[in-house]
Design a protein around this ligand. Structure first.
Ligand code: OAD
Length: 294
């Protein structure tokens, strides 16, 4: 099988997924943005210097670190946001935006990525569950409110290892004067529904008739939970990844199909075929169960 060419068994899975009238659930991780040039979280150059000490990303992405040096941690996030804003959505992101336009409420997307590329490609906030947050947003450190967009005046270019200054700090303040934090789930925090719609995202696994998992190692709880629930329900699972991962090892009576290759090789092919099949009348739009938008 050459990458991008769908075998008859995959074609059958796509038809079955659409015929069953449930949601078509996509679950994405860092791999889908690799071809846009967004570096991985722990890749080279991820270190951040504060005075003479180098911090690892796993240390910086914590409430603990933010609470002791908020200006340095904000600087690190603005730097990463600048890298993501300089990147463009790739063919895989665009294919998912086009598929959502065709499938409507039958489409849903759970992403671990904080780069915002799915939204910039055209997927809607309503059907995109950003379970780890989004670098473009901030929210108050304390109390209710947010997330709100980081003001444009902050700019998108940020020098490495630089702290925010007083002007930027005042821009990163809520209108009522409260301090903000990046709208990102940190390593020493738990998933919560209010900020990350995680319960709604988890519930999608009980409503889907096809799960497509793209570019993730599956090392966080919620994505694995979604995979397990879908597998227990006998939902077919397609895994798009150059490597084996926990999803490709799952056992589902609906079948687990690993498409070994990149997102760019497989996502447009799968999404375009779903698009065509839905256009042929296999979509069943309007019968997707309760239209939970989270
Ligand atoms: P990882 O960086 O852990 O894994 C990236 C996955 O993408 C791997 O399985 C690669 O094989 C695959 N991959 C690489 N290039 C690809 C390509 N071109 N096309 C398709 N797949 C490709 O990223 P995530 O699984 O997203 O959490 O990481 C999950 C979470 O772990 C992150 O959201 C972050 C981190 O700790 C938090 O920050 C809370």
């Amino acid at each position: 099988m050459s990458a991008g060419e769908l075998l008859p068994e995959i074609e059958a899975v796509l038809r079955e997924g659409l015929a069953s009238k449930g949601r078509v659930l996509w679950l994405t991780g860092a791999g889908i943005s690799a071809e846009s040039g967004v570096p991985t979280f722990r890749g080279e150059g991820g270190f951040w210097r504060v005075d003479s000490r180098e911090y690892r990303p796993e240390e910086l992405a914590t409430w603990r670190c933010f609470s002791s040096m908020p200006d340095a941690v904000w600087g690190w996030y603005l730097y990463r946001r600048g890298i993501c804003r300089a990147a463009e959505p790739n063919a895989a992101h665009r294919a998912l935006a086009s598929l959502e336009a065709t499938l409507g409420d039958r489409f849903c997307l759970v992403t671990q990525n904080v780069d915002g590329l799915h939204l910039r490609a055209g997927n809607t906030l309503e059907r995109t569950y950003q379970i780890h947050g989004n670098l473009d947003f901030m929210r108050p450190v304390d109390g209710p409110g947010g997330p709100v967009l980081i003001p444009a005046e902050v700019g998108t270019k940020w020098a490495k290892n630089s702290w925010i200054d007083s002007r930027t700090r005042s821009l990163l303040t809520m209108p009522d004067g409260r301090a903000t934090r990046p709208h990102i789930l940190w390593f020493d925090e738990s998933y919560d529904d209010n900020n990350y719609r995680v319960e709604s995202a988890a519930a999608l696994a009980t409503k889907c008739s096809l799960l497509v998992v793209v570019g993730t190692t599956g090392n966080t709880n919620l994505p694995l939970h979604i995979g397990r629930v879908a597998a227990q329900r006998g939902v077919p699972i397609l895994v798009i990844n150059p490597e084996e991962n926990p999803f490709s090892q799952m056992v589902s009576t609906g079948g687990v199909f690993h498409l070994p290759g990149t997102a760019g090789q497989w996502v447009p092919a799968v999404a375009e075929r779903l698009d065509e099949l839905a256009g042929d009348g296999d979509s069943g739009d309007g019968d997707s169960g309760d239209a939970d938008s989270g």
